[in-house]
Ligand binder design. Structure first.
Ligand code: ZN
Length: 1113
């Protein structure tokens, strides 16, 4: 029996507490009724609460639920509609179970597990694997599952709103109606972003109908993310956030029974191992996609391996496995000739008509499915029936599909073995599961994706580099905003602002957003919307920082707190507040990371007479004034008078802030100006671990370990690939937004970017704590190498653009670091910023690669880091970046990263625009970016780059307060200037991945172990965290662990299990990716709310909290 049938919901509780006694197990907080024994969720309308309690045992429900309630709605009993409820006064009643009809369950699917142990409460129950609505396949026939779906891009050729408010939206609604009218089931694949827009326009009656369709299993949501995320350029934190928000909104709209169980990634241009891992953690039973390398596809088709078990992680074991289906047809569209908005011939079945064509069309379809079935190992066949974009004419589609089904099945009377019916991905998966065949496994990923020998989809790893950086800025700010909203106890006042950024940040993960494969006006719209929603979240940060900084409780509620100001243009060294300093300015640095950090502030100033006071009010001794590099000063985007930056270091506690004060003062005590000198000969700079050598042109030459004396040659080179300008007919492909195709002659020798006037111009800026080498290479290319004398990480800060194209040739700019390390063509890249993937020149782990593109075929996505090792020497060079980029290490001892592309041709994939970003003045886009270079022993390297990668994703947020003359001492008296929200920093291997408000006094909390099991002797060990002992601001008194997107109780989630062989296939290699670690999972201890987290685990909790001061009262 499916446990959801005993799931009860009490909706819309309006309590009249003045006339009714309050039962003892209820409490009043904030004027709202709370029952500690039930999970509750605030609905979208203020004052409405949805209380749920779920159990698979009716008897226990009866016993425990002498309930004080208003109205019952047994949610998902088959055929029962959710009742619309109204205002009702509070009264006492007992629970009356809704009628439960016996339901057939297929023996092939797993049934939900036993009820959770007290006191853990389930979050929801739902009809996972309730396939009673699926058409039963006929075991002796070839069963053809026709799966109608739509593919709606959340921005691509049009903006999000242009797509939604275009004529398509009305037809899409019609499509939902029509598909779901089939008694045999239907599915909707709309991104939740669009569905949410649509939902808000619907009447309550219409919404009730949709809920009923879902609850009855006739309408299914698959994937359910806010968007269908890209897998190459996305960071795992943002993938998780966007999927969580999509699922959350689905549940807000439909109710608990809507939890998607299918991952649907049909359009992204290659697929990552980490995304597969996350899909398993979202609770998906299976994953469907369409794009994989043409050589891989050919082999898999021939060997009937288009379905397999993808082992998503080598660290967390079998729970990361996910059944995967690759579509063998022309992408995810219908068979050729069956697109009833394209090439499809309408089925004319009037025998009297001269155009009667039933037999011809049925023959064609039977031929197609017979051939298509050769790709798959079972007698189930999945045929997607779709259009690239929203179905315009649903009736047309369904009328023809109805006929197709009728006439194809009619042939069975003549002995046809083919049985065709409407289906859903879930029903198909259930049927395949029933076949119980043994699958092969896959442990690496599907990058790079080539659709033919000249069409490597590796350009989009770098396309639109400014937008890719802005997405990271958005994520950083979103995390800080969500955290501060919680820590300051804003109680939902700013939900609108937080959600706006949450939703646009989610949109940015779409496979035509962060990828840079949208039209220019769409990219501009994404950036504008992101900027507006960041501005909204500034209001949250403003109030939260002000509230947390107030020393007295009374001050936390008054409105006269100082306003926090922001400088969002520090990336071009511009800041209105520091430049116009005329008395004093409080500078607050909030650290969203769960460890203390040392943050170096670089604040543009126009007056050197500045004194810096630390959080205790004492003067900071080591403050410096560094010149802003010339190429930055001349940026067209820059609106600033500042020529210099004030530089000082601020140690910031974990999840907390410090406030420094800048004060105008007498010129005598000005910060120290470093020595600026021209480079005239070789020189070196010291870090704690290295001597860093430069030549007389200021070029990096080598690093010498100071302890061992070992020297590693390290030369930097700048180059570009000329973009191939093909016709896009036949094999003559052009380089473009998606595709990277350099001119063929450049495979061996390419265009090294030489200095503008044959001389490198460099100057060294030296201070006791920091040395900078300013390096001018060309008008469009410059960099600053920054060496912090207290750190072994070297920062490279570059400015690139506008790329010159006067020669009418597109160019794709790369940075290279050439070492003398022996790498054998092997290099390592991250997978969505998480797992490490081993790459090898001209090689794929599961098939023999025919090398057609020696450069672009060796490019891989780099989200956070790329590394090379010398295994004999035991050394690793790692480059970290500040945004997603394409990179490679196929040349011996070298790392290459592509930073910018400007292309004058379109690549014929669909954007139909050249990737020629205009920049602010129409002359071409200039970007600024940073790299961090780390050289270390292999044993130490991972600890360095894992921690830095986390810190770069969660950089401090800086806010400013203008203080009137003489107000500074006052500020110190009235405000906290050094604050942490944590009792202790988290264990060093644990990352506070998510902290956000989930409902009233309820938070979503994610903790992550960010090491793989074999990476660090010390930090790859499991770590224990007690949830009660983490936060100072509130008491965590209850917690439920959920799936990764917070939809189901982890203890009741049961995913489908499949039979598989361990061998990858006959080409399997002894790769570290095939080695799997099967750790013992530790469940949340519900007594002390402690949890032990294994390497690479992400644990998601819904926690209930009380403000700290409540306990003291
Ligand atoms: Zn798409």
């Amino acid at each position: 029996m499916n446990s959801y049938r005993n799931c009860w919901e009490i909706k819309y509780v309006f309590v009249n507490t003045t006339t009714c006694p309050i039962p003892s197990n209820f409490s009043i907080m904030n004027g709202q009724l709370h029952d500690k024994s039930v999970h509750y969720r605030e609905s979208s309308s203020s004052g409405r609460f949805c209380y749920r309690r779920c159990s698979s045992k009716r008897s226990s429900l009866k016993r425990s639920w002498t309930v004080y309630l208003v109205l019952l709605a047994g949610i998902p009993a088959q055929g029962q509609k959710i009742q619309n409820t109204g205002h009702v006064d509070y009264f006492k009643t007992t629970l009356i179970p809704s009628p439960v009809s016996p339901t057939p369950t297929t023996s092939t699917t797993t049934t939900p597990g036993s009820p959770p142990q007290s006191p853990i409460k389930p979050v929801v129950n739902h009809h996972r694997c309730d396939n009673s609505r699926c058409t039963a396949p006929v075991p002796t026939k070839l069963n053809v599952h026709l799966v109608p779906h739509t593919h709606d891009d959340v921005g691509w050729l049009k903006t999000v709103d242009q797509y939604y408010y275009g004529s398509q939206s009305h037809h899409k609604v019609a499509g939902v109606h029509r598909c779901c009218g089939q008694s045999t089931g239907g599915s909707s694949t709309s991104s939740t972003a669009f569905f949410w827009k649509w939902w808000r326009d619907q009447s309550e009656e219409h919404r009730t109908q949709v809920r009923a369709l879902v609850n009855e299993g006739r309408l299914e949501f698959i994937s359910g993310g806010w968007v269908m995320h890209d897998e190459a350029n996305t960071h795992y934190q943002s993938i998780i956030d966007q999927m969580t928000w999509g699922h959350r909104r689905l549940q807000d709209m439909i109710g608990p029974c809507v939890v998607p169980t299918i991952g649907w990634q049909i359009d992204p241009f290659g697929h990552s191992r980490e995304s597969a891992h996350l899909s398993a953690m979202f609770g998906f039973d299976g994953l469907f996609f369409a794009r994989l390398d043409y050589q891989d596809k050919k082999l898999r088709s021939a060997e009937q391996r288009m379905e397999f078990i993808w082992q998503g992680s080598g660290d967390v074991g079998r729970s990361a496995n996910i059944w995967t289906h690759v579509m063998a047809g022309p992408l995810y569209g219908p068979p050729t000739g069956f697109d009833w908005e394209g090439d499809g011939e309408p089925i004319i079945d009037d025998p009297e008509s001269d155009d009667y064509n039933v037999n011809r069309i049925v023959d064609k379809f039977l031929d197609y499915v017979s051939n298509y079935s050769a790709n798959y190992a079972t007698n189930q066949l999945f045929i997607p029936m779709a259009h690239f974009h929203p179905i315009q004419s649903a009736n047309n589609w369904f009328t023809n599909m109805d006929k197709l089904i009728r006439y194809v099945n009619g042939r069975q009377r003549n002995g046809s073995n083919i049985n065709v019916f409407y289906s859903t991905p879930t029903c198909y998966l259930s049927a395949v599961h029933q076949s119980n065949n043994t699958l092969t496994t896959k442990a690496d990923d599907f990058f790079p994706y080539a659709s033919d020998g000249n069409t490597y989809w590796t350009g989009y790893y770098t396309s639109r580099p400014a937008l890719k950086r802005y997405e990271r800025v958005g994520n950083n700010f979103l995390q800080a905003c969500k955290q501060l909203d919680v820590l300051a106890g804003m109680g939902g006042v700013y939900d609108k602002e937080v959600t706006a950024l949450r939703e646009w940040q989610a949109v940015m993960q779409h496979h035509d957003a962060i990828t840079g494969t949208e039209k220019q006006h769409v990219a501009s719209d994404y950036a504008l919307k992101l900027a507006k929603s960041i501005a909204g979240c500034e209001r949250v940060v403003n109030r939260a920082v002000a509230k947390l900084a107030a020393k007295s409780m009374a001050n936390r509620t008054v409105q006269s707190l100082p306003e926090q100001l922001f400088c969002q243009q520090l990336n071009v060294s511009a800041c209105e507040w520091t430049e116009s300093l005329n008395t004093s300015l409080a500078v607050t640095v909030y650290n969203p990371y769960g460890q203390p950090v040392r943050h170096i502030l670089r604040l543009p100033i126009t007056n050197r007479s500045v004194q810096v006071l630390d959080p205790t009010g004492a003067a900071v001794n080591q403050t410096y004034v560094f010149p802003i590099p010339g190429p930055v000063l001349s940026l067209n985007e820059r609106d600033s008078e500042a020529l210099e930056e004030l530089v000082f270091e601020a140690p910031v506690p974990a999840l907390g802030f410090v406030t420094y004060t800048l004060k105008l003062q007498d010129a005598d005590d000005s910060p120290i100006a470093p020595v600026v000198r021209k480079v005239v000969g070789d020189f070196s700079v010291q870090t704690p671990g290295f001597d860093v050598f430069f030549d007389r042109n200021g070029r990096l030459q080598a690093l010498r370990f100071r302890d061992s004396g070992r020297n590693v040659s390290l030369r930097q080179e700048f180059a570009y690939y000329s973009s191939h300008s093909g016709t896009n007919s036949g094999p003559d492909r052009a380089s473009g937004a998606y595709i990277f195709l350099p001119e063929p002659k450049e495979f061996a020798t390419d265009n090294v970017i030489a200095p503008a006037d044959c001389n490198y111009r460099a100057q060294v800026v030296e201070s006791p704590v920091l040395t900078e080498v300013h390096h001018y290479i060309q008008k469009y290319l410059s960099q600053v190498i920054r060496i912090d004398h207290r750190s072994d990480t070297i920062e490279i800060d570059y400015t690139c653009g506008p790329i010159p194209v006067a020669d009418e040739s597109g160019k794709e700019i790369v940075f290279r670091w050439q070492t003398d390390l022996n790498t054998g063509g092997v290099f390592y890249t991250d997978s969505n910023g998480r797992q490490t993937m081993r790459r090898r020149r001209d090689y794929r782990p599961t098939y023999k690669l025919n090398v057609t593109q020696p450069v672009s075929g060796n490019y891989y996505p780099v989200n956070n880091w790329i590394a090379i090792w010398d295994e004999v020497a035991g050394l690793q060079l790692t480059m970290l970046n500040d945004r997603a980029q394409g990179g490679t290490g196929f040349r011996e001892g070298q790392i290459e990263l592509m930073v910018h592309r400007r292309i004058l041709h379109d690549d014929g994939i669909g954007v139909d625009e050249p990737l020629d970003e205009p920049g602010v003045d129409g002359n071409g886009l200039t970007i600024r970016g940073r790299f961090w270079l780390q050289l270390a022993t292999v044993a130490a390297a991972t600890e360095l780059h894992r921690e830095l990668a986390n810190r770069l994703m969660m950089e401090p947020v800086v806010t400013f307060n203008r203080l009137a003359k003489g107000q500074a001492p006052h500020y110190y008296k009235k405000h906290r200037t050094n604050y942490t929200a944590l009792y202790n920093p988290l264990p060093r291997n644990i990352h506070l991945l998510t902290l956000e408000r989930w409902a009233n006094r309820t938070l979503l909390l994610r903790l992550e172990h960010f090491y793989q099991w074999n990476e660090s002797r010390e930090w790859s060990a499991p770590a224990r965290v007690e949830l009660r002992d983490v936060f100072r601001e509130f008491v965590v008194y209850d917690a439920v662990e959920t799936t990764l997107s917070a939809t189901e109780n982890i203890l009741t989630t049961r995913r489908l299990q499949f039979r598989y062989t361990n061998a990858n296939n006959h080409l399997s290699q002894a790769f570290n990716q095939t080695h799997r670690f099967e750790p013992k999972r530790h469940e949340l201890n519900t007594t002390d709310l402690s949890v032990i987290i294994n390497p690479m685990e992400i644990r998601t909790f819904i926690v209930r909290i009380k403000p700290k001061y409540y306990c003291n009262m």
